[in-house]
Design a protein around this ligand. Structure first.
Ligand code: GTP
Ligand code: ZN
Length: 367
């Protein structure tokens, strides 16, 4: 997909305009007919790093500053942008970012469930890889379910990746997601002597991951743009490094941008090694919470497809809260088909649906 969008030019028509997308008003902006389109790989202190003529002999990295007419529209990794000025890619050159192309998808979050401020995470992602460890740190069901709801809301396909399966069997955790049509990849470190993939993790230790899961992820990512989300310590950098061959944690010159050290708190698009053109991973360090203040409650329920059919038996306008009279979801949870995780699934849905009403919801972003 990334490939196609990359080739857009000035004459392009809009495909699937995203009503959530942010676009400068058409009326009063100059045409910028000499603009070139690039893919944003990272944003750091008001400087936008874009990659131009991707996968061609003229491929180059261009740093840009935003034009005033963009006002405060957020520009994020994954965005395709129009650049004018010095787009040669010379080390000291600075281009001007004059336009954000229409976005296919937009992953947004709020700091917590009551904060209405939109934080745009990445644009044009096809997939969201939610990384949780089987243990150390303990997996948080609420975090997974929040991420699934945000992905559903954004029209992005989720993938669940469980790491550290060598530390604990993730079967009980996976029981929650058994009824979902969700790709699940289970990763573990490789035992001595097994064929593994060496990856340097953020703390500098080298983890050796079993090749199977990394290979499976590699296959799922091919040709697509995937955001990777996970709490600190789950092994996200280890995985990302295994897939990209990057060693950003060790500093030095960045594999994509070719420039200096990247601050570790901003999202960064990295190329997946040995993958077809357009295969990108967008790493999102430092996202600790995933507030759902911007997500339509209806989409929260839609992201629980195992509970959705039963909700058809609820009274009209049912809030599905624990005290909602006649809510059919209680009956669902007690049925054998709901499985051992049925009650937990319902509780998780209720936490997410009810979060916006709670006074102390500041905490809920990290549930
Ligand atoms: N046992 C085991 N340890 C792992 C596995 N994957 C990663 N680790 C270790 O877990 C620790 C954390 O890994 P990181 O990749 O740095 O975790 P992270 O999620 O990127 O954390 P931050 O860098 O803090 O965001 C490191 O010591 C890794 O070597 C695994 O599959 N099994
Ligand atoms: Zn109900």
């Amino acid at each position: 997909m990334g490939r196609d969008t990359y080739d857009w030019d000035e004459s392009d028509v809009r495909i699937r305009p995203n009503k959530k997308g942010t676009r400068p008003r058409t009326k009063d902006r100059p045409a910028y007919e000499d603009a070139v389109i690039g893919r944003i790989v990272t944003v750091d202190r008001g400087r936008y790093t874009a990659i131009l003529d991707e996968d061609s002999p003229d491929e180059r990295v261009v740093v840009a500053a935003r034009a005033r007419e963009l006002r405060r529209s957020p520009v994020v990794p994954g965005d395709f942008v129009a650049l004018v000025g010095d787009t040669s890619g010379s080390p000291d050159g600075l281009a001007r970012l004059v336009r954000i192309q229409d976005r296919r998808t937009l992953l947004r979050r709020s700091a917590d469930d009551t904060d209405p401020v939109e934080r745009v995470v990445v644009a044009n992602a096809d997939q969201l890889v939610v990384v949780v460890a089987a243990a150390n740190p303990e997996p948080r069901i609420g975090f997974i379910d929040r991420a699934l709801a945000a992905a559903y809301d954004a029209g992005i396909e989720p993938i669940l990746c469980i790491t550290k399966a060598d530390v604990k069997d993730p079967a009980a955790l996976l029981e929650n997601y058994r009824h979902l049509d969700l790709e699940v990849v289970v990763s573990r470190s490789a035992g001595d002597g097994a064929t593994g993939i060496d990856a340097r993790s953020a703390d500098g230790l080298s983890a050796r991951l079993e090749a199977g899961a990394v290979g499976e992820l590699h296959r799922l990512l091919a040709g697509r743009v995937s955001v990777v989300l996970g709490h600190s310590g789950v092994g996200k950098s280890t995985l990302v490094n295994a897939l990209t061959g990057a060693q950003r944690a060790t500093g030095g010159v960045n594999a994509v941008t070719g420039r200096g050290r990247h601050t570790s708190s901003s999202a960064l698009a990295l190329r997946v090694a040995d993958a077809p053109p357009g295969t990108w991973i967008i790493d999102t360090p430092g996202i600790r919470s995933f507030g759902l203040a911007l997500v339509d409650p209806d989409n929260i329920l839609q992201s629980f497809p195992d509970l959705l059919p039963a909700s058809a038996n609820c009274p009209r306008g049912c809030t599905h809260a624990a005290d909602a009279a006649g809510c059919a979801l209680d009956a669902w949870a007690s049925r054998p088909e709901a499985g051992p995780a049925g009650a937990a699934r319902l509780a998780s849905l209720r936490r997410l649906l009810g979060a916006e009403d709670k006074v102390d919801s500041k905490q809920l972003g990290t549930v």
